[in-house]
Design a protein around this ligand. Structure first.
Ligand code: UGA
Length: 513
């Protein structure tokens, strides 16, 4: 049923497009996978040693697929003899005399041909592809109708038009970006507008990878979802895409559904994950008033397999580029379909998330006698979750905004993954309108050392669940006031324990762990 695939083009070299294309190429050495983006700087970085995205394992996958892996063996061979005699795999060899009269012979054996290309030649690469993946940004609309809720389809629409003009007839066009339900219809209309009468296939194939575990999620996905129309040719296209994944994903994990189910499933998956977090966070508020322990409640209910034990960590609320955006998109979709109550139901998940975060900020301020004037507050963690430098929609930023209103002497920030200079500039740009922020960065100081960030602080807030902040213990200082000790995590500091002064320091982590 499936057609042979020789060429895949992924449009968009971002968080989804780059890693997805890299793994596809890595697992399909016989398919040429090209990732295109009009952003030259980004493509340059994908072609360099310093990839634009930090994900464990991504560097190796890209190196193997992009450069072709090379086994390099050094042989100390007596002069006159030949290493690897008779070997037809050696593609090149160099030898130079060594001081002991022997030759060092280096044999370079390419074990595969490079098949991953990063390029800015958007139209050319599109025109050569059998399958075109559209993996561009679909953020929330910031102005106009549906501002702050509807999905901004500007980039997606622009790319679809380019694809429509340059794709070869019969090409399979795949929605990889997260899009509102029924977007495939728009794609079909755009294709028809630019190339009337030319046959194309449109599929939905959403991505479920999470930041920090992208490569792992791609190599061992829970499921691959491919949505198609019910026509014979559309199903054949779905089968063709399925064969690309089948190179490494068991068939039982490749689900084929109708195209609208596939589009909707992506929004629903993220909305339901976020809903679990808001649900447990709402319970944490009850726990704090009753003496119940939210982690114990989570562990107890999680034993019921119908509930499950994952994604039940109460904290300061979810962040990241997707959860909020996708719930907004789902609720906007519901409302535009005339389903007000459904829209309202999902919006409540976001309200609870904001309530939880603000409750935390308020608690910090209340604990410090309702004033932060002349005080130093430290935030440990600025990324939206552990093991990533991704700071999009980070709860930490919103907490900083609230704290700044109280005119603190200093807000100290330390994050083990985020570059201090980049973080400082980013905060400066994001808080431009904040009156409390002066030109030089105001009271915000970003440190590259956790202990320095914590020194002489009046409160330390653990705002990202990095392991190195996890092994914390409360200690009674000689004055009988609470102090703080970090655990013996070596990555934080070679010294096993370090007491943080002064004595007023307290931990306000609100069940993040
Ligand atoms: C999420 C989904 O998990 C992915 O499946 C999806 O593909 C991705 O969005 C996307 O659409 O791009 P991600 O945002 O990278 O992935 O991160 P998550 O691990 O889901 O965490 C999201 C937020 O929830 C973080 O701020 C995290 O700290 C918070 N969280 C998570 C909790 O507060 N409690 C939990 O129990 C779990």
């Amino acid at each position: 049923l499936a057609q042979p695939v020789k060429n895949i083009c992924c449009v968009g070299a971002g968080y989804v497009g780059g890693p997805t294309a890299a793994v596809m190429a890595f697992q399909n050495p016989n398919i040429r996978v090209t990732v295109v983006d009009r952003d030259e700087r980004r493509i340059r970085r994908w072609n360099s040693k310093h990839l634009p995205i930090h994900e464990p394992g991504l560097g190796d996958i890209v190196r193997i697929a992009r450069d072709g892996s090379r086994e390099i063996s050094f042989t100390n061979t007596p002069v006159g003899s030949r290493a690897n005699d008779g070997s037809d795999t050696a593609s090149s060899s160099e030898s130079e005399p060594a001081s002991d009269g022997h030759h060092f012979r280096m044999t370079v054996v390419p074990s595969r041909q490079p098949n991953l290309i990063f390029s800015t030649e958007v139209t050319k690469c599109i025109s050569e592809a059998d399958i075109i993946l559209i993996a561009v940004n679909t953020p929330t609309k910031s102005r106009g109708i549906g501002a702050g809720r509807a999905t901004d389809m500007t980039a997606f629409e622009a790319v679809t038009s380019v694809v429509a003009q340059h794709a070869r007839p019969g090409a399979i066009i795949v929605e990889k970006s997260t899009v509102p339900c029924r977007t495939a219809e728009l794609v079909r209309e755009t294709m028809e507008l630019h190339r009337p009468g030319v046959h194309f296939e449109v599929l939905s194939n959403p991505e479920f990878l999470a930041a920090g575990t992208a490569v792992q999620d791609l190599l061992q996905p829970d499921r691959i979802l491919i949505g198609s129309l019910t026509s014979e040719s559309s199903r054949r296209a779905a089968e063709t895409l399925a064969t690309v994944y089948a190179a490494w994903v068991p068939r039982s994990r490749i689900l084929t559904t109708n195209i609208w189910s596939s589009e909707l499933s992506k929004l629903v998956a993220n909305s339901m994950l976020a809903q679990r977090i808001s649900s447990i966070n709402s319970i944490s508020a009850i726990c704090e008033k009753t003496g119940a322990e939210v982690d114990e409640v989570a562990a107890s209910i999680g034993r019921d397999p119908r509930i499950g034990n994952k994604f039940l960590k109460a904290g300061i609320g979810f962040g990241g580029s997707c959860f909020k955006k996708d719930i907004l998109s789902l609720s906007y979709l519901a409302e535009s379909l005339g389903l007000e109550e459904v829209g309202e139901y999902w919006r409540q998940v976001i309200k609870m998330n904001e309530y939880q975060r603000d409750r935390f900020s308020r608690r910090v301020i209340t604990c410090l006698n309702n004033t932060l004037v002349a005080k130093k507050i430290t935030l440990l963690g600025y990324a939206f979750k552990a093991n990533t430098s991704d700071t999009r929609e980070s709860p930490a930023l919103e907490i900083i905004k609230t704290l700044l209103e109280e005119n603190p002497r200093e807000i100290a920030i330390y994050d083990p993954c985020c570059n201090p200079v980049v973080t400082r500039n980013e905060i400066k740009i994001l808080l431009r309108d904040q009156a409390a922020l002066q030109d030089d960065g105001g009271p915000i100081v970003v440190y590259s050392n956790a202990y320095e960030a914590c020194a002489a602080s009046h409160a330390i807030l653990i705002t990202t669940e990095f392991d190195e902040f996890r092994n914390k213990k409360r200690l009674e200082t000689p004055k009988g006031l609470p102090g703080i000790t970090f655990g013996s995590n070596k990555s934080l500091d070679p010294r096993p324990f370090k007491r943080i002064e002064p004595s007023e320091t307290d931990i306000l982590s609100l069940h993040k762990f």
